[in-house]
Design a protein around this ligand. Sequence first.
Ligand code: SF4
Length: 711
Amino acid sequence: QPSPALAAPAVKTTCPYCGVGCGVLATPDGQGGVGIAGDPEHPANFGRLCSKGSALGETVDLRDRLLKPMVDGQAASWEGALGAVAGGLKRIAERHGPDSIAFYLSGQLLTEDYYVANKLAKGFLGTPHVDTNSRLCMSSAVAAHRRAFGSDTVPGCYEDLDEADLIVLVGSNAAWCHPILFRRMIDARNKRGTKIVTVDPRRTQTGEEADLHLGIAPGTDTALFSGLLVHLAGAGKLDLRFIEEHTAGFDGAIERARQIAPNVATTAQATGLTEAEVQAFFDFFAKTQKVVTGFSQGVNQSAQGTDKGNAIINCHLATGRIGRPGMGPLSLTGQPNAMGGREVGGLANMLAAHMHFAPEEVDRVRRFWKAPNIITGEGMKAVALFEAIERGKIKALWVMGTNPLVSMPRADRIRDAIAGLDLYVVSEAVATSDSARAQAKKTVLLPALAWGEKDGTVTNSERRISRQRAFLKAPGEARADWAIMGDVARRLGYGDSFAYASAAEIFREHAALSAFENDGTRDFDIGGLADLTDRAYDAHRPAQWPLPKREAKGRARLFADGRFFTFDRRARFVAVQPPALAQAATPERPLVLNTGRVRDHWHTMTRTGKSQRLSGHRAVPFVEVHPDDAARFGLKDGGFAKVMTEAGTATLEVTVTDGVRPGSVFVPMHWSDMTASDGRAAALARGVTDPVSGQPELKATPASIEPVAYR
Ligand code: SF4
């Protein structure tokens, strides 16, 4: 494993936080510190950084780092730790079968790490149970794309935001969660008068800055967009030629939409909006040709997330507003490499390179990898996977770069389930994370490189592959995830297939696997990058896929020609289900709990928590409560309350605000039980999932609340 080179003054790299994927100039000071600036040449941000990105220099110190392998709580040699992992996996596979082994990966991993994990598990160990925390982030968008387009393809790009005349943001607090993209939207408004509409039960910072904010009732998005589809038809705004020549299923979709929301009045009734609000939105959408609809976790993290995504896409297909400048649905990805994980098959329902489980696809991957134990079908998705651990079906779990003990629904049960595992392996940068502190019968912690130390690629929300480059020395005994897995593979007898000397080598293999003869039927093809030399890989400039062989540059947009990736090249309308919460509020739990991010923290705060500046924004976990509910439940702004659900309890500071709807409360997702006593938000969710995507509902959990008196 080569040690990363200490590079010359400013190293071009990519921010490790959100899916915007901003370019960063990192200037190491030689003492372990680093100066941070936005990369003016990166097409995602053109030199800008948000509060999190610009504070990256405050987060690279070695406090709390895991710097040595640990076996059962004792420092160990790499030899001993890798032996424990390989020996444990071998024994468990022989005794219980390979599908008793599971991997839980992360959108924080680099594509190269993700690729090797997926190959090791699905091709060599022979277990299909590889899923990722991206399941919690955008798997409903993936499923909606696949149903509509026949592929998981984001049709447009960030430039569309610059060129749109109307931007609709659904379930997205972009001002805080995708801040640099939101600045582009505000720029578009300043330059060309672009209107911004937000659809969100909470009036967030994004809603505050919108021209129209629609504070819909939780879970009613399919009613809003069904009503819009009906309105577009009635207003003569359908693109009938596009529907006729390039799509299928319109009649079923419009018929269902008419049942759900036949007019403005019924749409208003179903969504809890006023008729004037609904009419204003419908008029904006109907009269504006250049419309981008951005959607994020408020759509995805739902038991109806896939239908919500398709209800949005239906409106774009019906108007032919897709794949052309300034038009289209745009899934805003949460994590820095959720897209890269999808490319390599890091989701349990994928194989590799956007392939699934058609026999010819399985065979192609088997031959390419020379894989002795290729899987032939889907594995368990995250929630089902952790339930299988609870039931004792999974005996070994390898977690990389994520913290399910904080971020998964019903996290307390996950801690208990992990305790029952025969083998629990954690590849981690942080010694004190909840993941690293959990214990199984045999627990192995493997110190992994962190941002600034590791080397590879990530793909952002507009399909743009950028480099993350190393500019700091590997601390202690930390190593690249791909190198760790390569050593485990060698101990299992698969060394020839994992003899990688560099991230560049892995990337070339991944690109070659994606390279199809250019028959136009595959979306993900980066064959044009399969022959990069090490030097060209190192110098790689951000590029969008698809980028097949013989094409000089990637494509900014797809589907302008009306040809999709279904077998008949037609897009599909989807007849979506009427809106319904997975479980409505009850007299015992009369509130609906919503979860989400705050401006200055990322995930479980293992990085942003190091910055005093970032921690100053919101210092303690809190619950937002409407004034009516505060009065009803005896809560005071600045006081404390217990939020209770079927899954758990959190103690939180009360913020009284009319930004949440009466009957709803909001709790941020970042705090763990280390950072504040039982302040975890996701742990309160019940683990109900979308039937298509498997993504858990994290936006609407029945809850009760009561004041807590502190002396
Ligand atoms: Fe990083 Fe996202 Fe902020 Fe850009 S917008 S600097 S990618 S956190």
